[in-house]
Design a protein around this ligand. Structure first.
Ligand code: SF4
Ligand code: SF4
Length: 447
């Protein structure tokens, strides 16, 4: 794609990067077929190619984003299915991230919208505030039923969004998990030492996920550290275009993990929420212009791994030749529909490892049809765009139901909450099944 940036514009490293990305696009439109919003809405401007044109024009003109641009960028899930499909290697992620920063900086949203976004960026990354918010939401749920139900729309009202938030609040909140600074010793001889990201929303909604990860890791000789002073990874605010907040969190985490790596050694920084993993793996890029942080951030990104990537390098108990040992276990033969979180399959290109781990452990793993399409969760998307998100969830649920699973597994808490909101089939994290298969409790039996 031909671009028309001036030399002065190209002196800005962000514009230079955008120019490189835009020039890689050959307008072929292959990406439109796998874009969830294009599949649902059928509007070229709600496709990756259409959004790329909008972003190009906005950046070239160096003008404030128009309402039209904001509408179509806001509808993008950042699911990155377009990046998997694109034959030209267009880095849509870095382009849309830049567009969101521009919108946040130069576009004045209506007051209620600004207030809502501010509240989300304040509450979601802070576990204490998030817990209080969830408790309040539970109290507010009966009230929500009295409110009128607005018509579904791809441009939802504030009332519709509030109702969506209240509906997503879980009926019960588990007790908090272990605090930062805790070290879990390896059983037997220690073969490795890792940090485990504590996460923000996940540690409130489902501390059982990291508990399962700690069980599996320590059972296999890995010492696990919950690093002190670690923060939310910044993904939530990064995807809202609040880059200052996201970069401050990235720097704080790089500092905390580097300190821990220098002090006690770290073989990896493990992540059980793939949405966070994608951003941490991108810290090196996000901080590339910061002389003090670019080196340490690249080191952190290189250490970051999804939990399944790390476990694939270990020989897990019960994964004996051909699954012979696994066949005698209680879980053997259980049908698991594996939901491939977008951040894992498109963002990190971790596609088959989780399924292989589950199969080798004795589960019968079923691929979900249309697995490339997002479930609609996408960070804060299901709160800000509830109607598109619900349509995507219902489509996902119908695809999942077609494989008649006993359980649904996913590697991202956002997807788990989104899918669980529409089915009675248990939705668990992949690591919970691996914990069960290697000697831990059956998911749902505790916590
Ligand atoms: S990130 Fe997802 S929703 Fe956004 S343009 Fe790409 S495929 Fe479409
Ligand atoms: S598939 Fe890639 S090259 Fe083709 S239009 Fe989409 S982004 Fe551009």
């Amino acid at each position: 794609m031909k671009t028309e940036f001036s030399l002065a514009q190209l002196a800005d490293p962000d514009i230079k990067e955008a120019d490189k990305i835009l020039r890689a696009c050959v307008h072929c439109g292959f990406c439109t077929a796998t874009c969830p919003t294009y599949v649902l809405l059928g509007d070229e401007l709600d496709s990756p190619r259409g959004r790329i044109y909008l972003i190009k024009e906005m950046l070239e003109k160096d003008a404030a984003p128009t309402e039209e641009v904001v509408k179509h960028i806001d509808r993008c899930l950042s699911c990155l299915a377009c990046m998997t499909t694109c034959p030209s290697g267009v880095n849509y992620m870095h382009l849309v991230d830049q567009a969101r920063v521009r919108i946040e900086r130069d576009y004045r949203r209506p007051l209620t919208e600004r207030a809502l976004r501010y509240l989300l960026s304040l509450v979601l990354p802070n576990p204490k505030l998030f817990r209080s918010g969830m408790l309040l939401a539970r109290l507010g749920r009966p009230l929500a039923m009295l409110l009128p139900t607005p018509k579904p729309s791809a441009t939802p009202t504030l009332l519709r969004r509030i109702k969506a938030m209240l509906a997503l609040a879980p009926a019960h909140l588990p007790a908090p998990g272990p605090s930062a600074g805790t070290v879990f010793a390896a059983s037997g001889a220690r073969c490795a030492r890792v940090a485990l990201l504590q996460g923000c929303a996940q540690q409130v909604l489902a501390p059982r996920i990291n508990e399962a990860a700690v069980n599996v890791l320590t059972r296999h000789g890995v010492e696990v550290v919950l690093v002190k002073d670690e923060q939310c990874c910044g993904a939530l605010t990064h995807h809202m275009g609040r880059d200052e907040d996201a970069l401050a969190r990235a720097r704080a985490n790089v500092t905390a993990w580097t300190r821990e790596a220098d002090r006690g050694g770290l073989d990896a920084i493990l992540v059980t929420t793939s949405g966070c993993g994608t951003v941490i793996k991108d810290y090196g890029y996000m901080l590339r212009e910061d002389p003090a942080f670019k080196g340490p951030a690249a080191r952190v990104s290189a250490l970051a791994k999804d939990i399944t990537e790390y476990l694939a390098g270990l020989e897990l108990q019960g994964q004996m030749q051909g699954g012979v040992k696994a066949q005698a276990s209680a879980h053997a033969g259980l049908i698991v529909a594996y939901h491939s979180a977008c951040s894992l399959q498109h963002g990190q290109k971790v596609v088959s490892l989780p399924k292989e781990l589950l199969s080798k452990s004795g589960f019968v793993v079923k691929d979900v049809p249309e697995s490339h399409l997002c479930c609609g969760s996408a960070g804060t998307y299901n709160l800000l765009q509830p109607d598109i998100a619900t349509r995507l969830r219902d489509r996902k649920l119908a695809n999942i139901a077609s494989v008649k699973p006993d359980m649904i597994a996913a590697g991202n808490i956002g997807c788990m909450m989104q899918i669980a909101g529409g089915t009675s089939v248990p939705v668990v994290h992949t690591i919970e099944l691996l914990d069960w298969a290697t000697g831990g409790p059956r998911p749902g039996d505790k916590g």
